[in-house]
Design a protein around this ligand. Structure first.
Ligand SMILES: Cc1ncc(COP(=O)(O)O)c(C=O)c1O
Length: 384
């Protein structure tokens, strides 16, 4: 076909049905599949938990978009995370960004610790600290990168960390939820595994919960496929269909949302109420050169610290009209939230704790001027 991303988003996994000509993959609800004699499977399908045609279409699509050879779909981003952690053994250590989605830290710290897997959270931008962690006598077996990170938009050098991990025989995982494969392809940069909350940009419309993993390793894919079936946290065929539909417009949505975010970030940086804007596209972002090397565009997520502290953050988030006050991100509509008490409540008092005055914006594809006016009106309420 082609390896141009925009064409793949429309066509990967979505070839017209050879029998009917349907141009949209069918939602195949059957939970079981007729066998032609014991073990005589048609097209490899046996039972809906182990495989399903709609899910296969989505898994082929994410493999193509991440320049991988294998894709796996799960019931949520959490379920995908859980399945990657099954690659570890009791006694193994996990090294994680100190700025990650709160639920990832919670799963590692509150659940996996009980099963003998210790997690250390450090600033993975500090390559000396990463090298020291791998050189220690209890070197990590896996490093978990989130870049851009949630919610401080820190940028980690994927190639550099993956190189250090590979020398130490450890696996590199990148949570690519914020960037999407349109902006960044971690496997091409040396990562072993890439993960998505498909609930976000890939689904793109706030109407489906899902998780995806992609890899180039046959061995890892085989182990993951075993656990996908054994643990059973698989998505419904309808959910797979919705993510497939979202994928088809990923490139155009990312272009538009990133354009809006870049405009708003520059405008917010000049506001007197704002202490600091975290956006990888700003000229003074500490990793500007790395962003240009690693990402196609700086993306559509940004966060800002307000001079008025937590009180101002809560008031701003409650005063917008177009930006909806809600958790989640990555959809066509713009969202606003206060990470401390909302998405990142589970990391309070941990190494991943976030500033109290922080507001996070997920910038959508509305008219940029309308979004700016909405924020301007909300800022107006802070002084009253
Ligand atoms: C970066 C990131 N990774 C993973 C997840 C978890 O995904 P899900 O909510 O689909 O389980 C989230 C959810 O907000 C996220 O922001």
């Amino acid at each position: 076909m082609t390896d141009r991303f925009e064409t793949l988003t429309v066509h990967a996994g979505a070839e017209p049905d050879p029998q009917t000509g349907a141009v949209v993959p069918a939602i195949q609800m059957s939970t079981t599949f007729k066998q032609d004699g014991v073990g005589g499977l048609r097209s490899g399908f046996e039972y809906g938990r182990s495989g399903n045609p709609t899910r296969r279409a989505l898994e082929e699509a994410i493999a193509a978009l991440e320049a991988a050879t294998h894709g796996l779909a799960y019931a949520s981003g959490r379920a995908a995370t859980q399945n990657l952690l099954y690659l570890l053994e009791p006694g193994d250590r996990l090294l994680m960004s100190d700025d990650v989605y709160g639920g990832t830290w919670r799963l590692a710290d509150k659940v996996w610790r009980r099963y003998g897997i210790e997690t250390d959270a450090i600033d993975l931008r500090d390559l000396d600290a990463v090298a020291a962690a791998f050189a220690s006598d209890r070197a990590p077996r896996m490093v978990w990168i989130e870049t851009p990170s949630n919610p401080l938009l820190k940028i980690v050098d994927i190639s550099a960390v993956a190189r250090l991990a590979a020398v130490a025989g450890a696996l590199t995982v990148v949570d690519n939820t914020f960037a999407t494969p349109y902006l960044q392809q971690p496997l091409a940069l040396g990562a072993d595994l890439v993960l998505h909350s498909a609930t976000k940009y890939l689904g793109g419309h706030s109407d489906v919960i899902g998780g995806l993993v992609a890899t180039r390793s046959d061995e890892l894919a085989e182990r993951l496929r075993f656990h996908q079936n054994a643990a059973g946290a698989v998505p419904s065929p309808f959910d797979c269909f919705l993510v497939m539909r979202g994928l088809r417009t990923l490139a155009v949505r990312m272009e538009r949302a990133s354009q809006n975010a870049a405009m708003l970030a520059a405008w917010l940086a000049e506001r007197p109420e704002v202490e600091q804007v975290h956006y990888p596209g700003l000229a003074d972002h500490p990793a500007r050169e790395l962003v240009e090397r690693q990402m196609r565009l700086p993306g559509a997520m940004l966060s800002l610290e307000l001079r008025g502290g937590e009180e101002a953050a809560r008031r701003l988030a409650g005063a917008t009209r177009l930006f909806t006050l809600a958790e989640s991100l990555g959809a066509v509509e713009s969202l606003i939230e206060v990470p401390g008490p909302m998405t990142h409540a589970s990391v309070a008092d941990s190494p991943c704790a976030v500033p109290e005055s922080l507001v996070r914006l997920s910038v959508g594809i509305e008219a940029g001027d309308d979004l700016r006016s909405d924020l301007e009106a909300a800022f107006g309420t802070l002084s009253s």
